[in-house]
Design a binder for this molecule. Structure first.
Ligand SMILES: [Zn+2]
Length: 653
């Protein structure tokens, strides 16, 4: 989808009179808002009783937006089914093992429940027929933040489907017993029907069962989205998406393969500005070659009955908008236009207050609109330049880390740390998943990947043999596809392919890292891998702990490239310094180039077209930043955006 850049808000016409709509739309126009997302909780409005449909309110709202020149995304509203669906039907609700979710909030239905699928399909058919060919419609968004506030469902519907899923995956129960080593604790099953869901047990569940259940949850969530998309596509040619977010209990690669456009939500704080950027680095690669969309963030602060987040500092919102557009987001959208007049999110910021006054956030949105206007011509005539560094992110790996929480750590947290280090080193980066093409990168870092699937490993080997540098680890390769332990080599297929050997895997309690040429002596955490020196160039040894003196950090030349093995996770602030040192060492050695040298906290984003290249610098930090370019040092105020260089305009008259 091409088109202009969008500056948008979420809007709830069902909560207000049409007089208020007119005020809202006038306010939108004065801010240059050209996109509205609506309908995320519309179900009880459009189907107040089962089978009685009335879409007239949303048709009028759609007409009013269209008349004002504002495009809209229609949300399917299925994140919050009405009370007639759940009343006296607890079996239709999400069950988390401690209890059943009640009506009264959102995400309370089980998305695998057959009654729910039927009710969703019935409502959606009417909805898509009523509004699917409206000239103002830009896109459909399925549900809202699927699997954000809930994870695995343990209800009876899910139990039945789990058994079917297992049968399809394993074929025979003997295969499952063998794959899961079910003899442990006499778990051996006689039929698929006996395999439990991960309900409470006196001691721990089998990790093979837990990881399989997480995968079942993610696959069926993708099927649920695909089911909705299929209904919509019968009535509407508008593209279909859903709003994901790193950390939701989803396999984003699997889910977005079945949809048209990648869209996401983020509420990262200014202190976590690297997390904000990581979103764009990830979502840009979910649907390669197409723009991604930021459909929801705050203009000032997030808030609900239990929490009020710190407001964004003045000027920061415009930096977020600038970086987002420059990193190839088609949109920058706020939740939401007008403060709710009731409900648990009355504490969340909006552009207008419930009493129709402009909020403190309004003025920040004005600055974001100015930045958009400044960048838009450049963004529209260019494409992003592909970075030379990629960090690997895997929702499957996240599922492994949820299963083995204590010994694998927070997957998302660690990948965010690595991303921040590369950003602070001043380099553009991609965040890629299993489906990515590794061609064109010079350095790829895959860490916290307990199991690496054969397809990814094949790409890694081809990449290294062709001249790339692959940092493998920490915590990579020591689990099987079934969440067990490899029985051929300690790191399974990785070791077999590359021909090195791991001597020990043991906890790193009491161990510090002694790395050649690096002053940092960081403590190490979680599992340590000690490598046999044969065939490797040792670079770091363990000091203290049960593997004192052993090599945990080494490299080997393979073909034209290099495999770097990192067998320990540096902890704390010293650990971050050591990881930064490692990142910079291999960025330097792998021949990664860059157009300019920014200080930590400044992102220099390159875009290009057939005429040449442009560089946009955005200071995401609260202090003054700098960029060195062609021997000159340019200073950037906190949150300032500047076009450093633009060679993309057509010079011919
Ligand atoms: Zn369920």
């Amino acid at each position: 989808m091409s088109g202009p850049l969008y500056h948008g808000v979420c809007w709830y016409p069902e909560l207000w009179s049409e007089d208020v709509w007119r005020e809202d739309i006038a306010a939108m126009r004065s801010l240059g808002i050209n996109l509205v997302r609506m309908g995320d909780f519309l179900w009880s409005t459009v189907e107040p009783e089962r089978g009685k449909f009335d879409f007239s309110l949303f048709l009028r709202a759609a007409d009013a937006l269209h008349a004002a020149g504002i495009r809209f995304i229609l949300t399917t509203g299925t994140a919050a089914p009405p009370v007639w669906f759940t009343y006296q039907h607890p079996e239709r609700c999400h069950a988390d093992g401690r209890g059943v979710m009640s009506h009264g909030s959102r995400l309370h239905a089980c998305i695998n429940n057959p009654d729910f699928h039927q009710a969703v399909a019935q409502m959606l058919e009417k909805y898509a027929a009523a509004l699917g060919s409206h000239p103002g419609l830009l896109m459909w968004q399925i549900d809202n933040e699927i699997k954000s506030q809930v994870g695995d469902c343990l209800c009876a519907s899910c139990r039945e489907q789990w058994h079917g899923w297992l049968k399809a995956r394993y074929g025979g129960i003997g295969t499952l017993n063998d794959a899961w080593t079910a003899d442990i604790f006499s778990q051996t099953y006689q039929s698929f029907d006996q395999v439990p869901q991960p309900l409470p047990t006196p001691f721990l569940h089998n990790p093979s069962l837990l990881t399989a259940y997480h995968r079942f949850t993610m696959e069926t969530a993708a099927d649920y989205a695909a089911m909705q998309a299929e209904v919509i596509r019968r009535y509407s040619s508008a593209p279909v998406t859903t709003d994901g977010s790193i950390g939701f209990h989803l396999d984003h690669s699997a889910m977005f393969r079945k949809l048209d456009v990648a869209t996401f939500t983020t509420y990262a704080s200014q202190e976590n500005h690297a997390v904000y950027l990581m979103n764009h680095d990830f979502w840009r690669n979910v649907n390669p070659g197409k723009k991604h969309w930021l459909v929801e963030t705050t203009c000032l602060h997030a808030g609900h009955s239990d929490h009020i987040a710190a407001p964004l500092p003045k000027g920061y919102l415009a930096a977020e908008a600038a970086a987002g557009y420059a990193l190839d987001s088609q949109s920058f959208c706020y939740w939401h236009m007008r403060q709710h007049r009731g409900g648990c999110e009355i504490g969340h910021s909006a552009l207008l207050s419930a009493w129709s006054a402009r909020t403190a956030g309004w003025h920040e949105v004005e600055k974001a609109a100015e930045i958009k206007a400044m960048l838009e011509p450049l963004i529209l005539r260019t494409k992003p330049v592909k970075p030379q560094i990629a960090l690997f992110y895997s929702d499957i790996a996240r599922a492994y880390c949820e299963t083995e929480k204590l010994s694998l750590g927070s997957y998302t947290g660690w990948i965010r740390t690595l991303h921040k280090l590369v950003f602070h080193a001043g380099y553009p980066r991609d965040v890629i998943t299993e489906s990515a093409d590794w061609a064109g990168y010079r350095l790829v870092w895959s860490a916290f990947l307990p199991h690496m699937d054969d397809g990814t490993l094949e790409k890694a080997e081809r990449f290294v043999r062709g001249g790339g540098t692959w940092i493998c680890g920490p915590m990579t390769g020591h689990r099987t596809a079934e969440h067990g332990v490899p029985t051929d080599y300690a790191l399974g297929e990785i070791e077999r392919r590359f021909g090195f050997s791991t001597k020990f895997i043991a906890p790193l309690h009491g161990a510090t890292a002694d790395v050649e040429g690096c002053a940092e002596r960081a403590a190490l955490t979680m599992w340590g891998f000690a490598f046999d020196e044969y065939g490797l160039t040792p670079l770091g040894r363990l000091r203290g702990g049960c593997m004192d003196g052993e090599v945990f950090f080494a490299e080997m030349s393979v073909g034209k490239g290099k495999l770097v093995l990192l067998g320990g996770t540096p902890a704390g602030e010293d650990g971050e310094k050591l990881l930064q040192w490692i990142a910079e060492k291999y960025i330097g050695q792998s021949g990664v180039t860059r157009d300019a040298v920014p200080s930590a906290g400044v992102d220099v984003i390159a875009r290009e077209n057939e005429n040449g290249k442009a560089l946009i610098a955005v200071n995401m930090d609260s202090t003054v930043g700098t960029v060195r370019l062609n021997g000159e040092t340019i200073s950037l105020k906190p949150y300032q955006t500047t076009i450093l260089y633009d060679g993309t305009a057509n010079e011919t008259p």
